[in-house]
Design a protein around this ligand. Structure first.
Ligand code: F3S
Length: 433
């Protein structure tokens, strides 16, 4: 790879140990992937922040970098393993909290903005169309490439930190035009009305095409929140770092020759697959994967207004702290907390160490179903925010309610049959009399 004299100086250690280590990572990646040069990035998003994932070795690595490393561009953090302020409220053990705060301190020392969120674009890390960035967190990467038209590979934690401390990344993969073209047309023949509909679309498409870049055709509209849900889901179940939607996303693409169809049945099957049988009384209800927008919080406040979360149930709203502050000003926090739901700022239902505390998660996020099952061994219920709020308030998932209604109907029917059967006997008797 060709390096400028400044980049060579970084590699030679003229800018300190952290920069040298970072440059070694970037040059190694560039050589592996055949990059010709390094390019400037305008922002960085670092994942792998939870002490649950990092462990002691990760904390040591960060502490070492923090001795002389300083960020050169805007750098934000993914969710940590706990709410950094109200961690006790979420039942986080004290020894874990101490370690997690040490991780955050190391990042702070390096100049990282420690608002821990997987939706950095809602709190000001918002790259412009065409910007090169170095982001980790698969849902945010997919959002940056697809929705914003910025350019990033799916970075790992260490390579993202390396970019933060040097302001550089190697030019390969998603930074190049030729790797951003659609590889398969996905004709959507299904109704897309809700956030879980888009999550189900990501699930069904990801399962069919793996990590190919799709061009969706037939999607008439999509809100930012629905796109965020699609990004999280398709990146989880397929692995792509980008999609195109005709008429909605900004990048231009060639038209590929391969074509598949996603039908209403595919979406229904996806929803069924994401909802486990049994466990009809979810004990944790969580919204905000990826972290909620202010508009989602507004809706949750409306749904919870005047209601109470059933005793024994936990209801988490996963969110960036600055978004909670806006929600506070708008009065949404008061309404939501009065109902007994809790804000989980800086963290989420997946990265928090809650394995073993709950049995079944109700959520509107296809992505969190995957990790709740795989990481935390929870059963999952997948539905709209309305259905999740309903489960939190009644204590029962809609299927149990539907089964109950069905049972009542059956009971009423058989009573009616018994009465009918009894009536002719009476009339025979009275006729005899
Ligand atoms: Fe974000 Fe946690 Fe989901 S990091 S994308 S809320 S799994």
């Amino acid at each position: 790879m060709d390096l400028t004299s400044e980049e060579q100086g970084m590699l030679d250690g003229k800018f300190g140990n952290a920069v040298r280590k970072s440059m070694e990572i970037l040059v190694a990646l560039g050589n592996i992937y055949g990059a010709k040069r390094l390019i400037d990035v305008s922002s960085v998003q670092i994942a792998g922040v939870s002490y649950d994932n990092l462990g002691e070795a990760g904390l040591d690595y960060l502490s070492e970098l923090a001795k002389d490393g300083k960020t050169r561009v805007l750098t934000t953090l993914n969710p940590a393993g706990m709410d950094l302020v109200d961690w006790k409220k979420l039942g986080i053990p004290e020894d874990f909290a101490k370690k997690q705060l040490a991780v955050i301190d190391a990042f702070k020392k390096m100049g990282v903005v420690t608002s821990c969120t997987c939706t950095p674009y809602f709190i000001g890390n918002l790259p412009h169309y065409g910007d090169h960035v170095a982001w980790s967190e698969s849902s945010a990467v997919c959002f940056a490439n697809s929705v914003l038209g910025a350019r990033t590979n799916r970075e790992g934690g260490p390579s993202a930190i390396a970019s933060a401390l040097t302001g550089k990344t190697a030019e390969y993969g998603m930074h190049l035009d030729e790797n951003r073209q659609a590889q398969v047309i996905v004709k959507v023949r299904a109704k897309l009305k809700t956030i879980p509909d888009f999550g189900a679309l990501g699930y069904a498409t990801g399962k069919k095409i793996g990590n190919k870049i799709p061009l969706f055709v037939g999607v008439k509209r999509a809100s930012v929140e629905e796109l965020k849900s699609l990004c999280a889901s398709i990146a989880t179940y397929g692995g792509t770092a980008q999609f195109h939607i005709k008429g909605i996303t900004p990048d231009r693409t060639h038209k590929p020759s391969e074509e598949i169809i996603v039908t209403q049945n595919d979406l229904d099957d996806a929803k069924t697959a994401l909802t486990d049988e049994g466990y009809d009384e979810p004990d944790i209800i969580a919204l905000g994967c990826p972290h909620c927008s202010i508009n989602e919080v507004r809706k949750i406040a409306e749904l919870l207004d005047g209601k109470k979360v059933k005793e024994g149930k936990e209801f988490w709203i996963c969110i960036a702290r600055p978004i909670k502050e806006i929600a506070e000003q708008a009065g949404y926090v008061k309404t939501i907390e009065a109902a007994g739901a809790k804000f989980a700022c800086d963290t989420c239902m997946v990265v928090a160490p809650i394995k073993g505390r709950f049995k079944c998660l109700a959520t509107d996020s296809a992505k969190s179903c995957f990790y709740a099952r795989g990481k935390n061994a929870f059963k999952t219920k997948f539905g709209t925010a309305e259905e999740c709020v309903d489960a939190a308030v009644t204590g029962e998932w809609k299927l149990k309610q539907a089964k109950k209604k069905e049972a009542k109907k059956e009971e009423a029917k058989s009573k009616a049959v018994e009465t009918e059967a009894a009536e002719p006997a009476e009339s025979t008797e009275s006729a005899e009399k």
